[in-house]
Design a protein around this ligand. Structure first.
Ligand code: NAD
Ligand code: 2HG
Length: 645
């Protein structure tokens, strides 16, 4: 059974006081750097402002004394009151993403948060005030102003203008209970090291300072936090998410378009990418601890791989085909599989159309000859596609789209499909596979990659085709017996062919390609690029990521290739239980019994099943104890259980 989310929905007593650094922690920027940028924009002749950022970095990483860096920066900056007001306004829109989404936590626990900074009340108070943090709870310095409203220095009597000032300031608070310090800088770590805080979180959402991270690593009291969600979760606060997204790992293989990584990161997930495909052994290693796996056509997700997938919730095929994934084994483990069924359809169709023309004009050979200095101007063997019969095998998304465009080219279209399909335009369905083979001038394969389709086209099928047929395969490599195709080309049975997919394909661009087809005449070989256009790859990244994110964030299974389909709204102001189980009797009743036992008020409930799986989604509007979750996980037949808030 898989279950990964625990929800602490009842506020535990004795929550620690959390002290947050301001720059690069509460906000995602260093305020004085932003001020310098602002001033430079207003007066581009101020080259002195370039000194600000290096001074900030040196102070934050502990290379120069804090007090010295602070004073030098203010003396260079010399901001006016208006500049500081503009800075505060700008910082309001630069609050760290994980802080922004947890605003409600600050408002719910007004006494539990403090802000500490070597910076100034003058711009910090308005920013944190929006989060219900009173100026009294802000430990910061004050600027000294001259009579013209220009800042000329800092309050040197404030401990925060001194080295080690944060330790003194926190100790001066004399707070009861546990104190936890959160920050990105060395001076924040010093608060813990100096004994003023019991725990320290090295906050790396915005910037990871090696010296601070290194100091924090290896000690239980000083974890590295990739987001504020992680801090809240670890400290027992009920944050925006019941489980920190930054602890959920997304692994994207095979050079998936960068838009996918961006979308997952934007939502706070921990993303890593690998350029090529992984073989079984490497994938077994890589998949451990991974929650979402993204791949294309060359990584095989076998049952053996899935045995090691201890945390896996979903697999995203960033392509159309899913034959590389053991769907049955995924279903048995409650792992959802998604793909992008339409995003590269048009790219494949355009390529097929181009190839039809190129092959009927013998262009591959004519072009190759030209590269050898041979000028062979001749019409012999060259034909128009107009009026020719195109036989499409597999009239799905690609086959049917090809049908429309081929008719626009003046071709006559016939097709064969196992399933009942709507014939588009004047396309004619053939119920006999052999009859289609015998009648088509051009044959294009667009069946899916199911195992039964292995060697769908072999010697016997080539023998039935017209002499001089044009043959195109942009579907899957195992569908054509390659040796038989090579023979048919050598004998002249097949006049021209285009093959984009192969039974064995190199895993990466650095691996060699070998095939019995190499060197044959009027044959276009392409490295599985039918769907490889920039437009398609970006569209796939958007589509597949969106499906996976909707599944992660709300449990939505729309478009999954192996789960019961349930379309769900956002989890707003409620708690959602997602219960995936074997489709056996009594599961819904058992779930409802738990709801009743813990007096949970159900505001929405869905049940959808497939032959083997059942998916129950329950939204409740009141809190619940951990025991309720434990009991839901123990319901018979449970495959995966999650709770979302
Ligand atoms: N070369 C590439 O880069 C590239 C890009 C995209 C898709 N593809 C491949 O193209 C193929 C078609 O994609 P699609 O989106 O149109 O898929 P689809 O699922 O929409 O259509 C496949 C059709 O084939 C039919 N079919 C399956 N087996 C058949 C058989 N033996 N005889 C007749 N019909 C059969 C199905 O009933 C279905 O209608 C898939 O194999 C896909 O993986 C390749
Ligand atoms: O991009 C790929 O690796 C696969 C493309 C194509 O075969 C698909 O199934 O969409």
């Amino acid at each position: 059974m898989g279950a990964y989310i625990m929800n602490a929905s009842f506020t535990p007593p004795n929550l620690a006081t959390l002290i947050l650094d301001f720059d690069s922690t509460f906000t995602c920027v260093e305020a004085l750097d932003i001020l310098a940028e602002q001033l430079a924009k207003a007066d581009p002749s101020r080259t002195d402002l370039a000194l600000i950022k290096p001074l900030t970095d040196q102070a934050m990483s502990g290379e120069i004394g804090f007090s010295e860096a602070l004073q030098r920066r203010i003396q260079i900056l010399k901001p006016t009151r208006d500049d500081i007001a503009a800075l505060a306004q700008s910082l309001k829109s630069q609050v760290s993403a994980s802080i922004t989404r947890n605003k409600a936590v600050f408002l719910e626990h007004p006494g539990k948060f403090r802000i500490i900074s070597g910076g100034f009340h003058d711009f910090i108070d308005p920013v944190v005030g929006d989060y219900g943090i009173h100026p009294e709870y802000v430990l910061a310095n004050r600027l000294i102003w001259d009579e013209n409203g220009v800042a000329i220095g800092v309050d040197l009597t404030n401990p925060l203008s001194q080295d080690g000032g944060k330790i003194v300031a926190v100790n001066n608070l004399g707070l009861p209970g546990t104190i936890v310090m959160i920050g990105d800088g060395w001076t924040d770590y010093e608060v813990y090291k100096g004994g003023a805080a019991e725990r320290f979180y090295a906050f790396v959402e915005n910037v990871a300072r090696p010296k601070v991270v290194e100091a924090a690593q290896g000690c239980e009291s000083t974890p590295v936090a990739r987001s504020f969600d992680e801090v809240l979760h670890a400290e027992g606060y009920q944050g925006r998410y019941s489980f920190p997204r930054s602890k959920l790992k997304v692994l994207l293989l095979e050079n998936v378009h960068p838009e996918a990584a961006r979308l997952f990161r934007e939502e706070g997930y921990d993303v890593s990418t690998v350029k090529g495909a992984l073989d079984e052994d490497d994938l077994i290693q890589a998949i451990q601890g991974v929650h979402i796996l993204g791949l294309r056509s060359k990584t095989n997700v076998t049952a053996k791989v899935l045995e090691h997938a201890d945390k896996l919730l979903a697999v995203g095929a960033f392509c159309i085909g899913t034959n590389q994934i053991d769907l049955k084994a995924c279903s048995q483990k409650g792992i959802a599989v998604f793909n992008a069924p339409y995003s590269n359809t048009r790219s494949v169709v355009e390529m097929v159309l181009g190839l039809l023309v190129v092959l009927t004009r013998d262009i591959p050979d004519k072009s190759a000859a030209m590269h050898q200095g041979v000028w062979n101007k001749s019409a012999t063997g060259s034909h128009e596609v107009r009026g020719k019969t195109l036989g499409i095998i597999g009239y799905g998304a690609i086959g049917s789209q090809l049908s429309i465009l081929a008719e626009a080219f003046g071709m006559r279209v016939i097709y064969f499909d196992l399933a009942e399909k709507l014939s588009l335009g004047n396309a004619k369905r053939y119920r006999s596979f052999d009859a289609l083979l015998a009648e088509a001038d051009v044959i294009s394969l667009h069946v899916d990659g199911r195992h039964e389709n292995k060697n769908l086209i072999g010697a016997a099928q080539f023998a039935r085709m017209k002499d001089g047929v044009i043959f195109v395969n942009l579907s899957r490599g195992h569908i054509v017996d390659i040796e038989a195709l090579a023979d048919a080309m050598r004998s002249g049975k097949v006049y021209g062919a285009a093959i984009d997919v192969f039974p064995e394909e190199p895993r990466t661009n650095d691996d060699p390609f070998e095939s019995p087809l190499m060197g044959l005449k009027n044959l276009v070989l392409t490295p599985h690029i039918g769907g490889s256009t920039e437009e398609a790859q970006e569209a796939i990244a958007e589509f597949a990521s969106e499906r996976l994110l909707n599944f992660l964030n709300r449990g939505d299974t729309t478009f999954s290739v192996n789960m019961p389909h349930v379309q769900l709204s956002d989890v707003e102001g409620r708690h959602r239980f997602l219960h995936l189980h074997q489709n056996v009797p009594g599961v819904l009743a058992a779930i409802n019994a738990v709801m009743a036992k813990y007096n949970l008020n159900v505001v929405a409930q869905h049940l959808k099943t497939t032959e083997s799986l059942g998916y129950v989604i329950v939204d409740v509007d009141n809190g619940y104890p951990k025991e309720a979750l434990e009991e839901l996980k123990q319901v018979h037949g449970t495959l995966k259980f999650r709770s979302l808030t």
